[in-house]
Ligand binder design. Structure first.
Ligand SMILES: Nc1ncnc2c1ncn2[C@@H]1O[C@H](COP(=O)(O)OP(=O)(O)O[C@H]2O[C@H](CO)[C@@H](O)[C@H](O)[C@H]2O)[C@@H](O)[C@H]1O
Length: 485
């Protein structure tokens, strides 16, 4: 089976968050199920620097007003189709925003272009010639690619089955109605059954409306987004599409995330040599300028935002220090939250430290050296850092929501007795409950037998892509069958 995946970021070429991890790892895992994936992504400068010997597969004189080529290249086991359009993608800053953090002014056009290119390829744009190729299925990720099924719906060529995956419903790609004339869609596409959303244009909404099936990245989140609290305005449409809505939990690339072979950590280890983690713990303390003692070392690896509950943690950090713990925070985000953590670090030197940067290798070392990772998210479609934590013996302390709820087993009395506990979870998500969870985690840490048993249990959890890739393969097959019927 041939699949076209469309995503705005793909690890290891470009990453701002978990979407890249998934878009980079899932195609590799699907190979085991006889599914071949080509991934269409934008040719940002960082991406263009990494690709060599690419072949031009298609050229557009005008793709939403700009010249563009589709280049094909293989990179670390991934088959990539790169949308090379200097007008849209060759510019400083990140994939979505400039260096000051302001969204690129033409994101609507850039990602409509990505989606339109995806739709054209899906409907046979690359099918001609000896090396011609056309997918059986299209799988698109988040709002940046969600217009693919809409472009297909309003094209002359027959549709092929589409799957739209929601990684985060908070980001919807909503724009004013004034962009509609430039989207190169027929006038009737601007309606409730098409791209219209609250009087404007909604990219994710368009995908949820026109995609054959919808998935999100955990079973719990698939239920949560049917409610007004989590659906962020799309709960009505999702309820209408409920029969086509699936929840498949993310996995992680267990080759890249393997404490026994990870080159980014100071000392490699397995579940049988957990004491070796001490060398990594010292290295983390040193990198963050924290004092060294025998208390627990907590970490955060996250965007510092309201979604991630970082304001709640900022309120609770004093308790951590009182409990004899230390905290290393890696991440940046909202200015006010960054400032709150900087203030806490200034107030508790040697006990709390913040590095407001993005540092992939350091994130590996922190998972390998910290005792626990704190993830107090208000909502979390899946979450990957708790999965890395489980794999590395870094106990997750998590909010009981979304994928966190589906992947971490709380250290309740029953779970401890049954030796199934892998972390500490709390809910509802309030600062008070987070405080209690942190206190509970420190108490468990002070009982090395219990703590080690939890670490080992976590390291035994299946966090690989194997099972979930199988579920995606099955979903693709069902969609294909629907096409035939
Ligand atoms: N400062 C830093 N330095 C280095 N690495 C950093 C970092 N800050 C974050 N990261 C890394 O970025 C990724 C974040 O992924 P998450 O899944 O936790 O959340 P995100 O909200 O980005 O993803 C959305 O999509 C994913 C994928 O489906 C869902 O799991 C999630 O719930 C949803 O919100 C992880 O790989 C993490 O290690």
């Amino acid at each position: 089976m041939q699949v076209l995946s469309v995503a705005s970021e793909v690890y290891p070429l470009i990453k701002t968050g978990g979407l890249a991890d998934v878009a980079g790892a899932l195609p590799l895992a699907l190979k085991g199920y006889g599914v071949s994936v080509k991934t269409l992504m934008p040719g940002y400068p960082a991406v263009m620097r990494m690709v060599e010997n690419a072949t031009v597969r298609m050229s557009f004189e005008s793709l939403l007003g700009a010249k563009a080529d589709v280049l094909e290249v293989e990179h670390q086991g991934l088959d990539l189709l790169i949308l090379d359009s200097p007008t849209f993608f060759d510019r400083p800053g990140g994939p979505y925003a400039d260096a000051t953090g302001k969204d690129h002014f033409d994101n609507w056009r850039r990602f409509a272009a990505l989606s339109k290119a995806g739709a054209i390829i899906a409907q046979g744009g690359m099918a001609q010639g000896e090396s011609g190729w056309q997918p059986d299925i299209v799988h698109v990720h988040d709002w940046q690619a969600a217009m693919v099924p809409a472009y297909m719906r309003y094209a002359a060529e027959p549709e092929i089955p589409t799957l739209v995956t929601i990684h985060n419903i908070a980001f919807q790609g909503q724009f004013g109605a004034d962009i509609f004339p430039y989207l190169e869609l027929p006038p009737h596409a601007f309606g409730i059954g098409g791209v219209e959303y609250f009087g404007g244009v909604g990219y994710l909404k368009a995908g949820l409306q026109t995609g054959w099936a919808i998935s999100t990245v955990s079973p719990s989140y698939a239920e949560e987004i049917l409610t007004p609290e989590f659906g962020m305005g799309l709960e009505g449409l999702l309820a209408y599409r409920a029969a086509d809505l699936h929840g498949i939990v993310n996995g992680i690339d267990t080759g890249i995330w393997n404490p026994a072979t990870d080159t980014a950590v100071k000392a490699n280890y397995t579940a049988a040599s957990l004491k070796t983690r001490a060398a990594n713990k010292r290295a983390v303390a040193e990198r963050f300028g924290l004092i060294e003692d025998d208390g627990p070392l907590f970490c955060v690896i996250s965007r510092l935002t309201w979604q991630k509950g970082m304001d709640l943690l900022a309120e609770a950090v004093g308790d951590l220090v009182e409990l004899g713990a230390r905290l290393a925070v890696l991440g940046s985000g909202d200015r006010a939250l960054e400032n709150a953590f900087h203030a806490a670090a200034a107030h508790h030197p040697g006990r709390i430290a913040v590095l407001p940067t993005y540092d992939e290798p350091l994130s590996h070392l922190m998972q390998a050296g910290s005792d626990a990772i704190i993830i107090p998210s208000r909502f979390e479609p899946c979450g990957l850092t708790q999965l890395y934590g489980l794999r590395y013996g870094c106990i997750p302390v998590v909010a009981r929501t979304g994928g966190l709820n589906d992947t971490v087993i709380d250290a309740s009395h029953a779970a401890l007795a049954a030796r199934t506990a892998t972390g500490v979870s709390f809910g509802p998500v309030t600062a008070g409950n987070l405080r209690r969870a942190l206190r509970r985690a420190v108490r468990l840490y002070r009982d090395p037998k219990v703590w080690t048993a939890m670490q080992k249990q976590g390291m035994k959890s299946d966090v690989s892509w194997e099972k979930s890739a199988g579920l995606y393969a099955e979903l693709y097959k069902n969609l294909l069958a629907r096409k035939g019927s």
